[in-house]
Design a protein around this ligand. Sequence first.
Ligand code: ADP
Length: 477
Amino acid sequence: MPQANHTPKDVERIVKRLESLRPIFARAAIGDYSADVPPYETEDELTEFAVGLQIMLEVIREKIAKHEELQKTLEEKIVEYADTQRALLNVMEDEKQTRAQLELVRQREAEEKKKLEILVESVGEGIIAVDEKLQVVMVNSAAYAILKATEKDIIGKQICEVMQVMDSDKKVIPENEYPCTLSIQLKKRLVLGNLESPYYLKSLYHDPVPVSLTSTPLLSNGTRGAVIVIRDISEEVAHSRTRSEFITVASHQLKSPMTIIRWISEWLTENETLSEEGKKLLNDLHSASLRLTSLTDTLLNVSRLEEGMVRVDVTSVDVGKLVSEYCNLLSSYAKEKEVTLQCVSPSTPVKIKSDAALITVIVQVLLTNALDYTLAGGTVSIAAARDESRTVIKVWDSGIGIPQQEQHHIFTKFYRAPNAVPYKVEGTGLGLYTAKKITDLLGGKLWFESQEGKGSMFFVELPEKIKAREGTKQLVF
Ligand code: ADP
C-alpha cells in the first residue's frame, strides 16, 4: 500500500511503474492478455499489486486456453455430429428409396400375379398345381369343372385324395406312379393319354372322364412341385367312337357287295366270251373291287384297334419261320416289280410267346411297303434275329427313302410323304399306323432309319413273352 508522506521521487517512481503497466491494460482492454508485467528488481508498495496482476493475467490466459480448447472440442463435436446427422439422413433416404422400390416390386408382383391368375383362369384346360408333398395349392375353374368339385373339396388336400388317375385300360395308377410324382422325381415333363388311348380321371364326385394329361415339374427358388394340365377329351373320344362305329358299319355294308362284284367279274372272265375291250374293263373292275375290299379291311382293322377291343391270342411263335413264309408269299410280287427279295434266316430258331397273326400283319405292312417304294433293280431284305434278350425283325430296302422333314409324321394316321405318292397312288397312309398300333398292343417297339434316295430300315422289337388279352374283335386279313 502507498505510504503517506511520499517524496516527489517516490511519486515519480510510482507513476513510472504505473506507466509501465499501461500497455498491459491497453491490450487487456481489447482482449489480449498475452503481455506480462515487466519484472522489477526492487520491491516496493506496488510489488504486491504487480504480482497479483501477473497472476491474474496468467489465470485469465489459462482460462482462455481452456476455453479455446473446449471450444475446439465443441466445434469438432459439432462437425462430427453434422457428419453423423448427414449419414443418418442418407441412411433414412436410402431406406425410403428401398421401401419405395420394394413397394414397386410388390405392386409389380401383385400385377403379375393378377395377370397370371387371369391367364390361368382363361385357359380352357384344367390346371392343378401341387407342392412337393403333393398337396394341391392351386386349381383353376376348368379343373374344378372337370373334377366337378369346389375349392373346399380340393385345396390343401393330397392329390390322390382328390382324383384317381387311370391308364388307357382304366387300370388305377398307384400313388407312387402318379404323373406328378413321377415328373417331380424324374424332373421331366410327362405327357399321358391322347385321343387314341386316353387316360381317365376319376374324382370322388363323378365317373371317369377321358383326358390327356401333362405334368411339368416346378423347380423355382428351391421350391419343388408340379403343374398338371388336364384336357377333357370326352367329346373328341365320343366323336372318334362315332366315326369308328360309322367306319365299322360302312365297311361291313361294303364288304358283301364288293365280294359279289368280285365273284361276278371272276365268273364272267371264266365263263363268257368277251371282246378285248370288255375283257379289259372286266379286269379293271376286278382290280378295283380287290382294292376296295382291301381298303374296307384296313379301315375295319384300324377302327377295331382304336376301339381297343382286339383279342390277343398267345402261342409259341417261330418268328424266323413266320418271316420266311411271308417272304415266299410276296416273291411273285417282287419278281413282277423286278426287285430282289431276300430273307436272311436266323441260325437258330427265334421263338417267342406272342400272337402270330398280329405279327404277320406287321410283317405284311413293312414288307409290302418296302417292295412298293423300291424301284426295279433294287433290293428288299428281311431278317429276324435274337439280339441279347431282344427279338428284332428288320426290313430294309434300297428304295426311295423318307425325307428327313417327313420322318416325325410317318406313324400318323393317313400320313403319306409326298415323294411316295407317285410310286403307290392308291396308298392310304394307314399301314404304318396299323403296324404301330399292333406293335404297341404286343408290348413291342417299332422305329425306322431312312435317308431319302438311299433306302429305309424298319425295326420291330418284340418281347419274349406277353399275356393273352381278352377281346371281342379280331383283325381281318
Ligand atoms: P401307304 O404305304 O399306304 O402310303 P403306310 O402307312 O404304309 O401307307 O406308309 C405311310 C408312308 O410312309 C408312306 O406313304 C411313305 O411315305 C412312307 N413309307 C413307308 N414305308 C416306306 C419305305 N419302305 N420306303 C419309303 N417310304 C416309306
